[in-house]
Design a protein around this ligand. Structure first.
Ligand code: EPU
Length: 305
């Protein structure tokens, strides 16, 4: 571990992960590292590779359910040098994976590039957004990505073009891939005046704040929408709004959100996920698939049980 402290300037050991994710739930990570730039990231990956320590990159932890027992490996949060945005053509930007989705939307707007308005209210980073193909208002990254640059655990760098990413609704080939770090992405939008872009961002913001529990601890929509139907509608129709397990409950504002009242555990959330799945299946004959990513061996096994 001393070697790690030598390689990375910002590093913590046995750090509880609750304060690093939007659900505010999660036990400790053996290592929590904040590589500042590509040099530090390469050195970190090389070291983790040599000592065979698994790692996982986390953006703002917006789509995660982290086990109460934490993560027995290294959690990597990309530091300041990964938050760049550069206009490389009239309608093309190159963006660091650590940039927030909100900054992508607003900075592209200021450059007169439209197409990223949907991202303004999504509480994640560009890296997490592309890996999960995050979206809102029927828009996601599918037709926006030109290519991404990734680092492999062994230090190799690779540029993956859009067709290699397998982007579908809330899905990409990078989701769940081990030993890979997305470091930057190139996006193409459309030219539009800043004055015409900003009202759409503001309208999306009003809609989202009006229909979703944006000021409470959650990990966004907990289930994918099944085959064009709204999971929120199905859960609401099954009478589950307000029901809960421990301190985790189904939001009264939007039924596809599980909200942490303050002291919910990952087990509470997982039990509630199962309760919702069973109830919706019994009522609608539809299987809801979790959109949230579950981190931690122990709860993955609980899920399979
Ligand atoms: N509805 C209900 N009850 C509820 C929630 C929704 O009846 O508790 C009804 C609404 O009245 C509406 C329909 O369901 O008629 C659709 O609801 P909404 O417009 O809120 O959209 P959604 O399908 O529930 C999707 C995305 C959100 C995204 C919004 C806005 C998914 C799983 N959800 O929600 O994305 O913000 O559209 O575009 O695709 C996320 O992925 O984390 C997420 C929050």
């Amino acid at each position: 571990m001393n070697e790690l402290s030598r390689i990375i300037s910002r590093i913590k050991f046995d750090e509880p992960l609750g304060s690093h994710c939007t659900m505010r739930i999660g036990g400790p990570a053996r290592v929590l590292a904040f590589p500042e730039d590509r040099t530090e990231l390469r050195a970190l990956l090389g070291h983790l590779y040599r000592i065979s320590m698994p790692f996982k990159v986390v953006g703002k932890g917006a789509n995660l359910l982290i086990s109460d027992k934490g993560f027995d490996g290294a959690i990597i949060i990309l530091g300041d040098h990964f938050q760049s945005i550069e206009q490389v053509d009239t309608d093309v930007v190159q963006v660091g994976a650590g940039l927030s989705m909100a900054s992508l939307a607003w900075q592209a707007a200021r450059m007169g590039i439209s197409g990223f308005e949907f991202a303004a209210q999504i509480p994640g980073t560009v890296g997490g957004g592309v890996v999960n193909n995050a979206g809102a208002f029927q828009v996601d990254f599918t037709n926006r990505v030109v290519s991404v640059t990734v680092f492999h655990a062994n230090g190799d760098e690779e540029i993956i073009p859009q067709r290699g990413l397998g982007l579908e609704y809330r899905k990409s080939n990078l989701k769940g891939a081990q030993g890979i770090v997305l470091v930057s992405a190139t996006f193409q939008g459309q030219r539009k005046s800043t004055e015409d872009i900003i009202p759409l961002i503001q309208e999306y913001g009003r809609k989202r704040n009006g229909t979703q529990p944006t000021s409470q601890y959650s990990s966004g929509c907990i289930f994918k929408n099944p085959g064009g139907k709204s999971a929120g509608f199905l859960i609401d129709d099954a009478g589950l709004k307000g029901s809960g397990v421990g301190e985790a409950y189904v939001s009264d504002k939007h039924a596809n959100f599980i909200v942490n009242r303050g002291h919910a555990t990952a087990c509470n959330v997982l039990d509630l996920i199962h309760k919702i799945q069973d109830t919706v299946y019994n009522r609608h004959d539809i299987e809801l698939e979790a959109e949230v990513e579950i981190v931690g061996e122990d709860i993955l096994h609980k899920k399979a049980a």
